[in-house]
Design a protein. Sequence first.
Length: 136
Amino acid sequence: MSARRKARKRALDILFEADMRSTPAAALLNERPVDEISQAEYLRTLVQGVGEHREKIDELIHTYAEGWDMDRMPIIDRNLLRIALFEILWNPEVDDKVAVSEAVEIAQELSTKDSASYINGILGRVILLKSVISLT
């Protein structure tokens, strides 16, 4: 497993716990030891990036998650979407297809049987409209 995949999974764990505890994810990040330096840097990028852009990310999820209320969406799916949307919209180092693929693969591994296709659909719509989405 690549260092970035490990970082995404660790970020998912932290964001999941932050949702459950209604705590800022950045505070949890500082409490968690990270073994690999390469993983630590990208983990910090993901958690801080999602935190910094969370309001806009959640607005986009709400807009493009047709038929799903954010509160009804599985916590894993919601946070996988947050990570992938941060990568797609604010991290030019990550190709859009890689962000989608990683989110879908992690969903297949950790979430419900329908989650991967649902996440793929939302992210696909965002990518199609990326050029007209206001990031402010």
